[in-house]
Design a protein around this ligand. Structure first.
Ligand code: THU
Length: 133
């Protein structure tokens, strides 16, 4: 699967968002080594802190299908943002633990702008299980 195709899957997943409070729909698509793609969209709630981001829903969707960190190849996300949509802090923390540190993360928007990064770049000095020792 190409980078463009993965971004397209994130754009499609965005349509599944439930975001009546922010009106900011986000889609994410996670590519695995076996070619499977797991998608997520943000799902909000009237009790605002319960809102769940697209990235975490995609990761948890993959986990619920038996996939693990070592199976992941790349993630794409897409929103109607001015600049390519960037993962929030909570998602960065989750990605730092269950997404490969150097795997590409394609941040995009509906204007077709794409920026490529990694979780290592997005969250240097991440808190991790090692810190609990
Ligand atoms: N959101 C995501 O799903 N992913 C991001 O990368 C940024 C923010 C969601 C959370 C909330 O439902 C809405 O976008 C506005 O913050």
């Amino acid at each position: 699967m190409t980078k463009e195709e993965l971004i397209e899957r994130a754009k499609e997943a965005r349509k599944l968002s439930y975001s009546p409070y922010s009106n900011f729909a986000v889609g994410a698509a996670l590519l695995c080594k076996d070619g499977e793609v797991y998608v997520g969209a943000n799902i909000e709630n009237s009790s605002y802190p319960l809102c769940m981001c697209a990235e975490r829903n995609a990761l948890y969707n993959a986990y619920m299908h038996g996939k693990k960190k070592e199976d992941f190849v790349a993630m794409a996300l897409c929103a109607a943002s001015d600049d390519p949509c960037s993962p929030c802090g909570a998602c960065r923390q989750v990605l730092s633990e269950i997404f490969p540190s150097s795997a590409p993360i394609y941040m995009s928007n509906l204007k077709g702008q794409v920026e490529e990064t990694t979780i290592k770049e997005l969250l240097p000095y991440a808190f991790s299980a090692d810190d609990l020792k």
